[in-house]
Write a protein that binds this ligand. Structure first.
Ligand code: PEP
Ligand code: MG
Length: 748
């Protein structure tokens, strides 16, 4: 029988702890551990299998199997019973191992004489490290208590590997915070950065795994859980009834904090010899392992909630607040599972880069990172478990890659790449005060996109002629409650002050789709990108729109004002929006407020429908700005946030260029000012094509202005336009190859 009582289990844990406190080489320690476990549990075999790489397990130590098999016997993930335990992260308990599904006989180990088998995963916070196995000759099924006891032992082993005791014995150990690793994610904001990891939620370090007095430890757990419950109730009281979503999360926390099942498992862990914090972490690890296998998004969210709750409890138990006392390293790169826009804004431009384990290309955090021009890579698996605060890290936002603890060669190559880019930026700086005038003489106006006050300093340094798109929603997204009109007035006035007379085109609130304000109730929509968003919300619920328009008029303080409405799909929508604006102008006038010196009212063309609006619309509107990000998604029916399709269709696809030409021609006919402000305007090749088909103005990220200007100045737009016409005539699908060839012939 593996062990008989709680006190046996505690004795075993203490023996393990004492052994590990002694000096010795890694292998020696592993051998000692298997010996102690087998001895304490009175079983013939105890083996430790560890991951060599993510797909391969290796027998690293054994008591009872052939010693020669150590470091020779290997299994693929999912292969044999050991591989199955590793894959499912669930125990396998059988009285007759050879009869079990998937059993694989490994003759070199001499295991044929052992019939019963119990294997449990060795894992730490969702990271699989290996499998701990006990085997015996007599055919018997292990009891639930015995399984539980072995899991507790596995937990201690997992922590020991974490402490680096065995480093060097197997690459799996080295994977815990020592080796260089390359992690691939998804680009959310381009750019490169080198720096040091700053964990948004630093991991709690547990130094005390085994308890000396389980009664005292149970009391510690009880007190900590009480404290946790009180703090959740306080949070709930503070959240009030306005913020439904936040409330729901806190209610779930509350439910878990009061859950008997959770508590009982932790109490059992403590009785078996773990410290209170180790017990919390053991349950957290198990929940994380489940997280990876649960397909249901709702359940996954709940498991995430449990994970957060465990972290809170660990902080209470260890006294390690989110302020761990460590200093933010220089050149900090923020690493987090996910982050809200407000929190990201608080860090602001101190950050060199951001790496998220989750996130979405269209998430608020992404929008903020873009506005701050901080390289951002999202969907990076394992980054929060692999990285430690202070680790050297290279973020390649352009390739969507992260090098954690890179070796010298990788660092040198990365620095070369950054240096080349810095050189190029220097070259662009020389062009700052020169016009974007092509060789044929045509001048293109280059403007910048902005969304935060912090963007405005880029206006003079980038050489932009104006702010072509000011995304006003960022100010709304980054807060917990609706901003007041006076705050908006102050904010818009500061933007206009900082622009120093250069025009700023304010876009009214573009919410909905991915941009959700936490304090505003929204319907559940099957397809939010095509749902109740942008101007549609403004027209249906005019209160916020009117407040914003009032704020803009007041902020102008007699200066010129330019306002544009997002996602206008029909001419009549524009007319209604403009009428609302005009009514507000009259109202402000009646109230004696100073009116803007001039007022320009524009529409963002983001749906193909508007291109075919009656000519009256084109005459009525002062300017049209093409929101290429949305327009392209609706033109090709390809979701801009869906990684599977978002890069599938080329902006230089001839169908799309032909369509854009329709808009150019119609604006030309009605003499309507036109610009293009989607992300594509900042890509030099695409910008060149847009300029050549007749876009007189392009608005882009400030960093793109130099590269775009440099290319336009070297090109002849008549030649490019002829080239596109030839591609069209030949029935080719994309103008890109021909354009790239042309660019290749241009002199620097
Ligand atoms: C666009 O759709 O191209 C655009 C500029 O607006 P946003 O990216 O904010 O939707
Ligand atoms: Mg848009």
């Amino acid at each position: 029988m593996p062990y008989r009582s709680e006190s046996d289990s505690r004795r075993l844990l203490r023996r393990l702890r004492d052994t590990l406190a002694e000096a010795g080489a890694g292998q020696e320690r592993l051998d000692r551990i298997t010996h102690i476990i087998a001895d304490s549990m009175a079983t013939q075999v105890c083996s430790i299998y560890l991951f060599r790489d993510p797909d391969t397990l290796e027998l690293c130590a054994t008591e009872g199997l052939n010693a020669d098999a150590v470091h020779k016997t290997r299994l693929k993930l999912g292969e044999g019973l050991v591989g199955r335990v590793a894959r499912s992260t669930r125990p396998i308990n059988t009285a007759n191992a050879p009869a079990e599904r998937g059993f694989r006989f490994m003759p070199e180990t001499g295991e044929e004489v052992f019939t019963s088998f119990l294997g449990v995963p060795i894992q730490r916070l969702g990271e699989r490290l290996g499998v701990l196995v006990v085997q015996a000759k007599d055919a018997r099924q292990y009891s639930d208590d015995e399984i539980y006891g072995l899991e507790v032992v596995a937990m201690v082993i997992a922590e020991m590997t974490e402490l680096g005791i065995f480093v060097g014995e197997s690459t799996s150990f080295a994977a815990t915070h020592k080796n260089p690793i390359l992690l691939r994610g998804v680009t959310a904001q381009e750019g490169e950065a080198e720096g040091h990891v700053w964990l948004h939620e630093p991991r709690v370090v547990i130094t005390n795994l085994v308890n000396d007095d389980s009664k005292a430890e149970l009391k510690r757990l009880e007190d900590a859980v009480e404290q946790l419950k009180v703090s959740i109730d306080q949070l709930l009281a503070r959240a009030g009834s306005r913020d439904k979503e936040h409330q729901e999360i806190l209610q779930t926390y509350r439910m878990f904090a009061h859950s008997r099942g959770w508590m009982k498992r932790m109490e059992e862990d403590i009785r078996l010899g773990l410290s209170a914090e180790a017990a919390v972490e053991k349950e957290q690890s198990a929940a994380r392992a489940r997280l990876e296998t649960v397909p249901d998004a709702y359940l996954r969210d709940r498991l995430h909630d449990l994970d957060d709750l465990s972290n809170r409890l660990l902080r209470i138990l260890t006294g390690q607040g989110s302020e761990t006392g460590s200093e933010m390293p220089d050149r900090p790169i923020l690493v987090a599972r996910n982050i809200g826009p407000g929190e990201l804004l608080e860090y602001g431009r101190r950050l060199r880069g951001v790496v998220l384990e989750e996130g979405a290309v269209g998430s608020h955090a992404t929008i903020v990172a873009r506005a701050l021009a901080i390289p951002l890579v999202i969907n990076v698996p394992r980054i929060t478990t692999e990285a430690l605060t202070g680790d050297h890290i290279l973020v390649d936002g352009t390739e969507g890659q992260v090098h954690l603890r890179p070796d010298d060669t990788v660092t040198a190559a990365f620095r070369d790449k950054m240096a080349m880019q810095a050189k190029a930026q220097e070259r662009y700086a020389v062009l700052r005060d020169k016009p974007a005038q092509a060789r044929c003489g045509t001048r293109i106006r280059l403007k910048m996109n902005a969304g935060l006050m912090a963007d405005l300093p880029s206006l003079p340094t980038s050489g932009a002629e104006a702010v072509g798109l000011f995304r006003t929603e960022l100010q709304f997204l980054a807060r917990e409650k609706m901003p007041k009109r006076a705050e908006l007035v102050a904010n818009y006035a500061r933007v206009l002050d900082a622009a120093g007379g250069k025009p700023v085109h304010f876009r009214t609130l573009d919410i909905g789709s991915d941009k959700v304000m936490p304090y505003m109730k929204r319907p559940d929509e099957p397809n939010p990108a095509m749902g109740w968003r942008a101007l549609r919300v403004g027209l249906d619920k005019q209160g916020v729109l009117r407040m914003q328009l009032q704020a803009l008029i007041r902020a102008a303080q007699g200066r010129p004002l330019s306002v544009m409405f997002p996602l206008v799909a029909t001419g009549s929508e524009f007319t209604r929006a403009r009428d609302i604006l005009m009514r507000e102008v009259e109202r402000e006038d009646r109230q004696g407020h100073k009116l803007p010196a001039s007022l320009k009212v524009g529409a963002m063309l983001e749906t193909p429908s508007l291109a075919y609006a009656p000519q009256a619309f084109f005459r009525e509107v002062d300017f049209i700005s093409i929101g290429g990000n949305d327009l392209k998604q609706f033109f090709f029916a390809a979701d801009r946030e869906n990684e599977l399709v978002r890069r599938r269709y080329d902006t230089l696809n001839v169908s799309f260029l032909t369509f854009l030409q329709v808009v150019v021609d119609r604006c030309h006919e009605s003499e309507t000012a036109l610009s293009f402000c989607g992300e594509d305007a900042g890509r030099p090749t695409d910008a060149l094509a847009l300029a050549a088909i007749g876009f007189p103005a392009l608005s882009m990220r400030p960093a793109s202005i130099g590269p775009v200007k440099s290319l336009i100045r070297r090109a002849n737009l008549n030649e490019v336009s002829e080239l596109i016409a030839r591609v069209q005539a030949r029935g080719l699908e994309s103008a890109r190859p021909a354009l790239l060839d042309y660019i290749g012939t241009l002199v620097d």
